[in-house]
Design a protein around this ligand. Sequence first.
Ligand code: FAD
Length: 565
Amino acid sequence: MRYHEVIVVGGGLAGLRAAVEIATEFDTAIISQVPPVRSHSGAAQGGVNAPMGNNPAGKEDSVEKHTYDTIKGSDFLADQKSVEMMISEAAPSIYELEHWGCPFSRTPEGKIAQRPFGGAGFPRTCFAADKTGLYMLHTLWERSVALNVRTYEELFVTDIVFEKDEIVGLIALNMVTGDFEPFMAEAVIFGTGGAGQVYGRSTNALICSGTGQAMAYRRGVPLKDMEFIQFHPTSLFGTNILMTEGARGEGGHLIDNQGERFMSKYAPKAMELGPRDIVARAIQTEINEGRGFEGGYVHLDLRHLGREKILERLPGIRDIAMNFAGVDPILDPIPIQPGQHYTMGGIDNDVNGATKIKGFYAAGECACVSVHGANRLGGNSLLETVVMGKLSGRHAKEYVKQKTDRKKGESSVISAIEEQERVREELLTRNGEENHAAIRDEMKALMIENVGIFREGKTMQAALDKILELKGQYQNIKIMNKGRKYNIDYIRAYELGGMLELAHVIALGAIKREESRGSHYRFDFPKRDDKKFLKHTLATITKDGPKISYSDVDVSMYEPVERKY
Ligand SMILES: Cc1cc2nc3c(=O)[nH]c(=O)nc-3n(C[C@H](O)[C@H](O)[C@H](O)COP(=O)(O)OP(=O)(O)OC[C@H]3O[C@@H](n4cnc5c(N)ncnc54)[C@H](O)[C@@H]3O)c2cc1C
């Protein structure tokens, strides 16, 4: 049986940063369903926030101001001390990446360049052109190689194994051979990314299917604040590929079919650089009220930035717009619409990354500390990956150091393998009439239409009823490929089981939250209700579905006020 002192699941930024932290002292492995540098973090474009004051307009920036902007952006649902902790680590974490070779874009005097982003009082988003995530990912990957982190690629983790309240290992499906492989470990860190694929019109890759969240949930770890789903204002109309917020940070305008910069009605001061929840709702309102273009989009206009700036700062955006919409942003406006983008909620953990199971940690988009609350600010997610990766790695090290009873739980891991074999056999031999791809499509359409940017009790309940029906249909699917080796048909079907659980949790949490806050906007409860809902939602699995409970939000630093931009 394979054994590593610490196993990190996920080779994205959170997973790599955690592994790099641990590997200086412990035998560390990464398991990832794709090669780490193909992780979705590589798609991140616009940048990563830190209050460094390198932009002349950001000289007055500070940890305190960045912390407050983040809390205000979160519509006061983020835990305030956790946010402060993350922001305090921001600049050191960026310099660390710089020293490890990350090629950030530069100011004329050679400092790391910073651009404005939404909801931020100062330009504090460090960037590497419009491919920031890719450069950060390669930097950390190189670092992990230098530290001899063992990487297992194309292994798909299907279960975690614990005894009593302590992690002892996990099970992974070797996608190439089709064998389930057992792993023992003293600590496991999930950096498994978000669950964007639960929704239609998503900017997320196909692998962002929330398997990590579903796995933890099935094993009794609560999911926190899952109803808070971020819709990015500017995804390319038709394909929903992201058009980075950096495009507006560099000065891009949003324009309706009358040629108006309509953000003046919604965020007169911040305009296009309001927080994402407000800008996404503004765009969708323009479209719904007939001021969009045929099919349902508005324009992101970069033409006034000029050729040179577009080529230097936004070359990837130009390529994508040309290749996927046939539009050259130097000459024409880009057709955009809001798209599902980010999962604010996730595996319930604390500022050390620790969950309720000893030795089981989570970091990055799969987790909910909570530092984003009801609405994440652009640029704060890449920050969270590196800071929480580091902190969860640090804490996991401390945990392993104090452990006296090592390498236990072998028999539990072996019986977990048998259980996974049984699950696969049962799924592969279902001989029903339902097509799992069609169920997935229906779930995605239901979620984007009814549990999307605008919500209402009645339609959400109808969507939830339908999700429950889809769960029933899922029991009656037929997987066409019955093979074992590289059976993507099986993996997609397996993932769908977890995604339906997540859709259930999201919809139920949204129905029960009778208020509007951040990304969760309800026509029937249009106001924020701090008396009843200044609370985190916790969803715990039971045999009758998710049980919803609530926990307190840390508001020890700033009193919640009405947000104005
Ligand atoms: C298009 C786009 C642009 C973005 N731009 C920005 C930006 O400019 N700034 C910003 O702050 N944020 C941005 N974000 C958000 C940010 O990129 C993500 O939140 C962040 O990169 C997530 O990193 P992660 O390490 O948590 O997960 P990921 O990078 O998604 O990595 C998840 C890893 O887990 C592995 N994995 C998952 N499940 C399993 C399993 N069952 N078994 C084995 N391996 C598994 C995957 O293989 C992968 O290696 C953007 C998001 C998108 C979609």
